[in-house]
Design a protein around this ligand. Structure first.
Ligand code: HEM
Length: 424
């Protein structure tokens, strides 16, 4: 909002590199040179908005340290509009992704409790059990694409990348398939709430969707209480007192976050991954020749173009990171996108290489207590979704201007025109 804009643009004019990424669309389109400027100044750089970290070691240390906490503090973060935070706090029934008790903004002991309960049902086995459904849905979506006329370009985001993740989330939430379009709309409107430059106006636009989703979810929990399915939310609804029952607000925080955190991030992985392969034919050939490389290729995509470029933490006490003192109360931006290109960890970091031996050391899923709960699901969707796409359409090519999303934290395209088959 007003204050946020003024604070960010003033910091930008005074040379703050973080503010440059937030304020300047060109720097946002390609943030990597700015990350290198920050890196050249040291592992931890005190900026006008926040302290900035792009070093892999510094980012990992911050994310794993118990001297740092999550959450917003309008006193020391003036670029977050107070009006917005008041509005977020005002409506008890709505629980957005940045609103407690969302896992993303909760600290121990509450965070530990939620995490333990969700991890109990969102297990590796539960994710593996989704493999067959993901394959089926992927085939259906590819069949629909194949039925399209070959003469006109297709938008890969609208017609493929955005449809698979929302279908998978619908499975997890036990939502009937005919609600898919509605969830797609809610997910699209809720995602900007995760973005660092969120304006009051954007929040108002998201709020209506969050409100509708909240009402629908409360009724849905009642249905699942009477009529449980084999989905993850049915299991959460039926946790007994012994394991620690979740109330409706807590359930909504978890279900809403699964939609907000698991939707656009995965859309961006699928979209950006497809673009990377279309632009690197040698890498595409390597995958066609050896499909065993797919799993590593997905991690290399996550490293090279992290769908979540940054996250932030507040120091809860004086501490030291990479030899630099961080004062209590300081805010730090952990620049995941920069850490993933750290030459101290990744050889030739600006090279996209599906065979990179240590691609999995990327920090795209964060690290420590808030490590992405959906990481193995996202990897599975990325691998199946991209592998089947390129198997079905081996001649897939870009057919027009790509359009980058305007978001600051979430990185990806919102339009990718492609030709599915080679022109005769
Ligand atoms: C947390 C990235 C997909 C659910 C996070 C965080 C990151 C992230 C960076 C931690 C933020 C922080 O440390 O402040 C991604 C990426 C994805 C993806 C890049 C796709 C490529 C998913 C999916 C789901 C999911 C598919 C579930 C359906 C969550 C949840 C959290 C989380 C619930 C909060 C964990 C906590 O705070 O304890 N994700 N995510 N994510 N993610 Fe993901």
């Amino acid at each position: 909002h007003g204050i946020a804009r003024v604070v960010i643009s003033r910091a930008y004019r005074r040379g703050d590199l973080h503010a440059r990424i937030l304020a300047d669309p060109a720097a946002r389109a390609d943030p990597y040179p700015t990350y290198e400027e920050i890196r050249a100044r040291g592992p931890l750089v005190r900026g006008r908005l926040m302290t900035q970290a792009v070093s892999h070691e510094a980012v990992t240390t911050i994310l794993r340290s118990d001297a740092f906490a999550v959450g917003f503090d309008p006193e020391t973060m003036p670029w977050i509009s107070r009006k917005l935070l008041q509005r977020v706090a005002a409506d008890e029934r709505i629980v957005g992704p940045i609103d407690p008790p969302s896992l993303l903004v909760t600290n121990p002991p509450d965070h530990t409790r939620y995490r333990r309960l969700v991890s109990r049902v969102f297990t590796a086995k539960a994710v593996e059990a989704l493999r067959g459904r993901i394959e089926e849905r992927t085939t259906e979506l590819l069949d629909a694409l194949a039925a399209r006329s070959a003469d006109e370009p297709v938008d890969l985001v609208a017609e493929y990348a955005s449809l698979l993740p929302v279908t998978v989330i619908a499975e997890i939430l036990g939502v009937p398939l005919d609600m898919r379009q509605t969830f797609l709309r809610w997910g699209t409107l809720a995602a900007p709430v995760l973005d660092v430059g969120l304006t009051y106006q954007q929040y108002l636009e998201s709020e209506a969707a969050l409100e509708q989703m909240s009402d629908w979810m409360y009724a849905h929990f009642d249905t699942l209480r009477k009529n449980p399915g084999d989905d993850i939310v049915s299991k959460l609804v039926h946790l007994d007192d012994e394991s620690g029952k979740l109330d409706d607000r807590e359930l909504l925080a978890i279900a809403g976050l699964l939609l907000a955190a698991g939707f656009e991030t995965t859309v961006n992985l699928l979209g950006t991954g497809a673009v990377l392969l279309m632009r690197h034919p040698d890498q595409r050939e390597a995958l066609a020749a050896d499909p065993g490389l797919w799993s590593n290729a997905v991690d290399e995509m996550l490293r090279y173009e992290a769908p979540v470029q940054a996250t932030s933490r507040r120091a809860t006490r004086h501490t030291e990171v990479c030899g630099v003192t961080v004062r209590e109360g300081s805010f730090v931006t952990a620049m995941i996108g920069g850490a993933n290109r750290d030459p101290a960890v990744f050889e030739h970091p600006d090279r996209f290489d599906v065979r990179r031996p240590n691609a999995r050391e990327h920090l795209a899923f964060s690290s420590g207590a808030h490590y992405c709960l959906g990481a193995s699901l996202a990897r599975l969707e990325g691998e199946i979704g991209l592998r089947r796409l390129f198997e079905r359409f081996p001649d897939l090519t870009l057919a027009g201007e790509l359009h980058q999303r305007p978001t600051r934290t979430l990185r990806g395209y919102d339009r990718i025109p492609v030709e599915l088959t080679a022109r005769q």
